[in-house]
Design a protein around this ligand. Structure first.
Ligand code: ADP
Ligand code: MG
Length: 733
């Protein structure tokens, strides 16, 4: 090559390099740039055959990415292994431009088949390194189909060319990274935007002095204020005047102490209405602890505040509703208690009502004794026989005491009293009631008390008395033809097995039972006896509440009640009360005994006085003795008959119609009259029972209780006189 040709060649190379340089800097498409690079290099080295082989990042694979002058199907398709023996492996291992002037004589490496196919005979190549890390990314090669030499300037040209290609790769790498970063940034901004939009808290910032520097656009929508209006201290214009002091004070404190700021204030909305907002901010501090700026949020909490307010209202109302309901319940409870108390009282009054018949009769007897004693005293005083009037005084006083005790009991019993469980001795209660029950049962029922030392129980005395009276009345009703009523107290220990049978807790108990030998209960009655309002009695005679009340009472007292009943044999109602352990050894208190008066005997007409009322009987005997009769006395029919057997004669029988035991006064009179037809009879009775009196009048005379001593003496006289006119009253021995 001559000098001018050489110069032209170099100029041409410089031009091509310059053109490519421009392209490499501004080109948008890497493949187009590479393609242009191959074309330019082929031209510059006058072979028109060039290629760029790109090496994969793992340095095991390569491919012909660009090229000119090659047969079809090679550029963009040919994949090569980066193996020892290949020209590229050789170039990389020497890390230097490689020139092969004639490949036919080459022994450093073996050409690839595609190079043979394209009759490559000579080439020069350079390695393209990435500028920032010197990593080889490809090999740029100019090939020749004829053997030839390559000058130093050719190699320099290719080196410059490779640098431009490398710079171009670098440019694309950086641009790609930038694009990716940009895309990522855009994506994260988009997400952030969305998050901000979804977040009810609107962000704002303020400088270190507290002047607002930015606020999210949504605030303008809320407030209807331009962005600028809110900046700096603008927020003061739409803060509720009442909340200003709070917000100013707190904001001032936070600014001074660099502590988070958090207030709930009313801010004015676009509509002009104030709504509740929560405003928060925290300071961003630099390394030396100075405030850079404040990050804050403002959040519409009006809905929450409204909900809280209504919740508070609801709670307040709830409290008043609860207290109202509690008051109602207490009221209902009071009403119920009052109704229960009334029921108890009426139940008691019913029992009292049932008692009154018996009590009235009894009162008559007592009044009779008292007035008779007083009369006798009067007679004695008149006759100047004052020595023995003390006896009558005692008799009268005894009767007065008994009457007083009876009224006291009756009053105490009828009085309305609240439930008041106490430790009590059941024997005292039974003994205290015994008299009243006996008097109530009427003459046909014998009352027995079988009390043993039992200890104490914990229950309401009044209720226990009520229960006993009700049971006694039930028993009386079941013994219409008379019988025996037994009140019994007993101490018993219930062991585990018995407890299971009786469905009771094992332990010590006091058993109080009421037994009668009356009609008993059928299966059906027994099953329903405790049901409230269950009664087999006629209207007016039973309410059906007695047993159910007693059931409730025993349960309330921690006890149990059981019925044993057999038709036509009798019934026992057993009340079990747990023994009060503290007083288990308490002994039975002494029972009041009625003082008996001695009986007198005398001469004259023989008179037999039969009455179970001792006081009355004794007064009568006293009177008759005084008056010169020969009186004998008997407590009931059985003893009257025995007495009669012992007498030589009997002139007059004075008898109570209602007598304890199986035989009453009328029957006794009939029996005696049958044996002694001339016998005179005088009935005394406290029952205004028409039947009894009519029947009595057919046999003799009737004197109603209470009567005075003189009435009695008159009746005795007239009874004896009236019949004396008819016959001689002497019984044949
Ligand atoms: P009331 O006496 O008002 O009928 P109670 O509850 O006291 O109500 O008794 C319910 C029923 O149980 C009675 O009507 C009667 O049939 C029966 N009863 C109660 N006690 C006895 C008893 N001792 N003997 C027979 N039956 C009884
Ligand atoms: Mg009853």
């Amino acid at each position: 090559m001559n000098e001018s040709a050489m110069e032209h060649h170099l100029l041409c190379q410089r031009r091509i390099l310059a053109e490519f340089g421009e392209r490499a800097v501004i080109g948008e498409d890497l493949d187009a740039i590479l393609q242009a690079a191959c074309k330019g290099a082929g031209e510059a080295l006058e072979t028109n055959l060039a290629k760029f082989i790109q090496i994969d990042a793992d340095k095991r694979q390569m491919w012909v990415r660009s090229g000119v002058g090659w047969t079809d199907g090679i550029v963009g398709h040919t994949q090569l292994e980066l193996e020892p023996g290949t020209p590229e492996w050789y170039s990389l291992s020497v890390d230097h431009p490689v020139i092969s002037q004639s490949t036919a004589r080459e022994n450093r490496f073996t050409l690839h088949p595609f190079q043979h196919e394209n009759r490559v005979d000579a080439f020069v190549n350079v390695i393209v390194h990435l500028p920032h890390d010197r990593r080889p990314i490809g090999i740029f090669e100019v090939d020749s189909r004829t053997p030839r030499a390559f000058s130093d300037s050719d190699v320099d040209f290719l080196r410059s060319y490779a640098s431009l290609i490398a710079a171009c790769f670098e440019r694309f790498r950086i641009t790609d990274a930038l694009k990716q970063a940009e895309a990522k940034l855009r994506e994260s901004e988009r997400r952030l935007r969305r998050a901000v939009e979804l977040n009810p808290q609107i962000p704002w910032t303020a400088d270190a002095n507290g002047a607002v520097t930015s606020i999210d656009g949504r605030w303008a929508e809320f407030s209807g204020r331009e962005h600028e209006e809110t900046m700096g201290q603008g927020w003061r214009d739409f803060t509720h005047p009442e909340d200003m002091p709070t917000i100013i004070r707190q904001w001032g404190e936070s600014l001074a102490s660099l502590t988070p700021f958090d207030v709930q204030v009313r801010l004015q909305k676009k509509s002009g209405k104030y709504e509740w907002y929560q405003v928060r901010a925290f300071p961003e501090l630099d390394e030396s602890g100075h405030c850079q700026q404040w990050y804050g949020t403002v959040e519409d909490i009006s809905e929450r505040v409204r909900l809280e307010a209504s919740l508070r209202d609801w709670n307040d109302n709830l409290e008043s509703r609860i207290s109202e309901r509690t008051r109602q319940l207490q009221e209902e409870q009071r009403e119920r208690e009052a109704a229960e108390a009334k029921l108890r009282q009426s139940q008691k009054m019913e029992a009292v009502g049932q008692l009154t018949g018996g009590i009235a009769h009894d009162f008559n007897n007592l009044l009779g004794s008292i007035s008779a004693s007083l009369e006798l005293m009067q007679l004695r005083i008149a006759a100047g026989r004052v020595a023995d009037i003390g006896k009558y005084q005692t008799l009268a006083l005894t009767s007065v005491k008994r009457a007083a005790a009876l009224t006291g009991r009756l009053l105490a019993f009828s009085r309305q009293q609240p439930l008041d469980p106490k430790i009590i001795d059941p024997n005292e209660v039974v003994a205290g009631l015994e008299d009243m029950i006996r008097r109530t049962m009427g003459p046909d029922v014998v009352v027995r008390c079988d009390l043993s030392s039992v200890g104490c129980i914990n229950c309401d005395t009044n209720q226990l008395e009520n229960a006993l009276l009700n049971l006694a009345i039930n028993a009386r009703d079941a013994m219409s033809a008379g019988g025996t009523l037994t009140l019994r107290t007993q101490r018993l220990d219930i062991d585990a097995r018995t407890g299971k049978d009786k469905e009771m807790q094992p332990g010590p108990y006091v058993l109080i039972s009421v037994t009668d030998d009356g009609c008993g209960m059928t299966e059906d009655v027994l099953r329903r006896a405790f049901d409230p309002f269950f009664t087999t009695k006629k209207i007016g005679q039973g309410t059906g509440l007695g047993l159910s009340m007693i059931y409730g009472f025993t349960q309330q007292s921690g006890g149990q009640i059981r019925i044993h009943s057999t038709v036509n044999v009798g019934t026992t109602i057993s009340m079990y009360f747990p023994l009060d352990k503290r007083s288990a050894d308490n002994a039975l208190g002494a029972l009041d005994e009625v003082t008996s008066l001695p009986s007198n005997t005398g001469n004259g007409e023989v008179i037999l006085v039969v009455d179970d009322e001792t006081g009355l009987r004794e007064i009568a005997v006293e009177l008759l003795t005084d008056q010169g009769y020969a009186p004998y006395e008997a407590i009931d029919s059985a003893s009257a008959l025995r007495q009669f057997e012992k007498l030589d004669k009997l002139d007059l029988l004075i008898t109570d119609i209602g007598l304890p035991g199986a035989v009453n006064g009328l029957a006794l009179a009939k029996t005696l009259k049958a044996q002694c037809p001339e016998l005179k009879i005088l009935f005394i009775t406290g029952y205004a029972n028409a039947e009894g009196i009519t029947e009595g009048l057919s046999l003799g005379k009737v004197l109603s209780k209470p009567f005075s001593v003189s009435e009695l003496s008159d009746h005795v006289r007239s009874a004896l006189a009236s019949e004396a006119a008819e016959q001689v009253n002497r019984r044949e021995p």
